[in-house]
Design a protein around this ligand. Structure first.
Ligand code: UT7
Length: 330
């Protein structure tokens, strides 16, 4: 589904956090039958960050919010809704959002977690824009945070080389004069859910018996094939909704699952790879957090400037995808 958003909101600040501990490809060579060469060539990943035993998703999420407050001089006490995108909450319940509310003493805020896997940041941003633009909220804190290392099987070389831990936080505030959300395109292929999952209360999906004992199971080939056709088509739809073309996009920020896949998406959509930002090289695939981490790196490196048009595109388990066209106006 594509929509031109009658937005009354914009993103006004960003912060991030990654754990200190580094797990390199050379470390992984000692753990499973793999090589730095294979991992770099197939995925573009060199290192990933791994949370300590006592460090959980809410800790990274809170640190990302603190980073945002420090970097942009913002307050969060007057936030009226907290949306957290995560697939690895500290507990099935209470939510990570409620932990953030407690830490910052945000008295009046509603708080909930949103699960749209690696597309979760884009989905949560879309919800924040919708809530504010409908006049239901004024200031929404959106956080994407993951500790995937805690649900990764480090004996499975097909997944353990991919994932890392990290968090990103943004503020979305009401601004009728300078709205920053231009268009959105969302989609789901639920029958592909079997290609990327973790077991929970159930060990079945439809007729299929699931593997994995609570760790991530992925049929990488199938997810790859789906993403490299779905994302280029979605990119075209989201810019079309805004009455623009891909030539109007300053920076494309797709979910950083795999550099080779991003190259293929760029080739198929005719979008220049040089105008693409990604975060997997030193952080791995951090699911919902890859897009804010990549945006933050782009700002740090002086690439993303105020007024730039960004095309954010999340995709992952579900299978779900979401593209958002936004203006970066902190
Ligand atoms: O974030 C959520 C969304 N997820 C994605 O977007 C992931 C999409 N998929 C991918 O990124 C890629 O499919 C992977 C990186 C996961 C895998 O790369 P691939 O090029 O699709 O490899 P493959 O699964 O087709 O495996 C090729 C070969 C196999 O060996 P055989 O059967 O050809 O002998 C694998 O066993 O590579 C082998 N292999 C490895 N070899 C060395 C798989 N993992 C490894 C490894 N090291 N870590």
């Amino acid at each position: 589904m594509s929509m031109k958003t009658a937005s009354k909101a914009r993103i006004t600040a960003i912060g991030t956090c990654v754990p200190a501990r580094v797990l390199t490809n050379f470390d992984l060579e000692k753990m499973v039958d793999t090589s730095d060469e294979w991992i770099v060539q197939r995925t573009g990943i060199r290192e990933r960050r791994i949370a300590d035993e006592n460090q959980f998703t809410s800790d990274l999420a809170i640190a990302a919010v603190e980073d945002m407050i420090k970097a942009y001089g913002k307050t969060v006490e007057d936030v009226d809704l907290i949306l957290v995108s995560t697939t690895t909450p500290d507990y099935p319940f209470p939510s990570v959002a409620s932990r953030i509310q407690a830490r910052f003493g945000i008295g009046q805020a509603g708080a909930l977690d949103v699960n749209a896997t690696c597309a979760g940041f884009a989905y949560a941003l879309h919800l924040a824009n919708g809530m504010i633009s409908a006049g239901l909220h004024r200031k929404v804190l959106v956080v994407a945070a993951e500790t995937l290392s805690k649900v990764t099987d480090y004996t499975d070389r097909t997944t353990c080389i991919l994932f890392g831990d990290g968090a990103g936080a943004v503020l979305v505030e009401r601004d009728e004069q300078h709205p920053g959300f231009l268009a959105a395109h969302l989609g789901t292929k639920g029958e592909g859910g079997i290609h990327l999952y973790r077991t929970g209360l159930s060990r079945r999906m439809g007729e299929a018996e699931l593997a994995g004992n609570g760790c991530i199971v992925q049929n990488g080939r199938e997810v790859y094939k789906w993403a490299v056709t779905t994302v280029p088509a979605g990119m075209a739809k989201v810019v079309e909704q805004a009455g623009l073309t891909l030539g109007d996009v300053d920076w494309f920020i797709p979910h950083s699952a795999n550099l080779r896949m991003i190259e293929s998406i760029c080739e198929k959509s005719g979008f220049p790879l040089e105008k693409t930002l990604y975060s997997m090289e030193y952080y791995g695939n951090t699911s919902a957090a890859t897009i804010p981490l990549a945006l933050s790196l782009g700002i740090r490196d002086g690439k993303v400037k105020p007024g730039d048009t960004l095309l954010l595109y999340g995709f992952g388990g579900g299978l779900v995808h979401a593209g958002l066209l936004v203006t970066w106006m902190p």
